[in-house]
Ligand binder design. Structure first.
Ligand SMILES: Cc1ncc(COP(=O)(O)O)c(C=O)c1O
Length: 257
């Protein structure tokens, strides 16, 4: 007998508070995913597969953990692949990626002027790349300017963080590594780089505040312009961002993606 969820009992367990079915593929043997997906669709809820034991197993040719909304894998010591403590999540939905990309592009648009004036540098993206919007960073002139900007933003409720410590100057790097060639950029860039807030639930108002604070640091007079731009002349992408924000609750956004 299958040691997984009994698909005939699922509907009885669903209430108004249910937002996901979590099937387990015990011993790597797939649950009846067609039926589970059918029920999830009917009730507009997610399927989060506990595929901890499912690495390399397939359901009708499809890899376990990849079939619907989220698949969770374990790399615990008894699993096919292990690393002591570890795991992975597969997300079959694009909503998080799409939102991050919108936030990333919006920063890019808003800081174009400061970049054109040589006040900051924006991320360099080679033509061969397709981005995942993992980080939005800017580079300022030098360490003192970065320190001032981080403090200025903090006073105004915006958290900007520096990033990164070059490996060769870390404790392990100094002990085990060697910097090959001349350090033309690594140390300098690590002193100039600032990461901006970028996460799924960042609201338009919050992102505009980040933009506003950075502009006002470099050009206090621009603060007024940004305010009037926000009221009068929101660009197409801003409008779509606002629209997305208004029409989408977190769950709805994920379900519709
Ligand atoms: C079906 C199942 N779910 C979840 C887990 C928990 O995984 P982890 O120990 O990596 O958190 C395991 C691991 O034993 C498992 O077999």
């Amino acid at each position: 007998m299958l040691k997984n969820i009994d698909v005939n009992e699922i509907e009885k367990a669903i209430s108004a508070r249910t937002w996901a079915i979590v099937p387990i593929h015990y011993a790597g043997v797939p649950s009846d995913m067609d039926r589970i997906l059918e029920i999830a669709k009917a009730y507009q809820i997610f399927v989060i597969a506990d595929a901890a034991q499912g690495v390399m197993s397939r359901y009708k040719g499809r890899a376990l953990g990849s079939i619907r909304d989220i698949g969770a894998f374990s790399f615990h010591e008894t699993k096919n692949l292990h690393c002591g403590e570890g795991g992975a999540l597969l997300m079959a939905r694009q909503a998080i990626f799409k939102k991050r990309m919108e936030l990333w592009n919006f920063y890019g648009e808003q800081f174009r002027d400061l970049a054109d004036q040589g006040r900051i540098e924006l991320p360099f993206i080679p033509t061969y790349a397709m981005l995942n919007a993992h980080i939005y960073y800017i580079k300022v002139r030098d360490l003192p300017e970065r320190t001032r900007l981080i403090a200025y933003a903090k006073e105004r409720g915006v958290c900007l963080v520096f990033h990164y410590v070059p490996l060769h100057s870390s404790e392990a790097g100094r002990k085990f590594g060697t910097f090959v060639g001349e350090d033309k950029y690594t140390t300098k860039d690590s002193e100039r780089l600032i990461r901006l807030p970028l996460y799924y639930s960042l609201s338009t108002a919050e992102q505009l505040k980040v933009v506003d604070v950075i502009h006002s640091f470099f050009k206090p007079s621009l603060r007024v312009n940004i305010g009037s731009w926000e009221r009068k002349s929101a660009s197409a992408s801003t409008k779509s961002l606002l629209f997305c924000y208004i029409v989408s609750s977190f769950n709805q956004n994920l379900l519709n993606a």
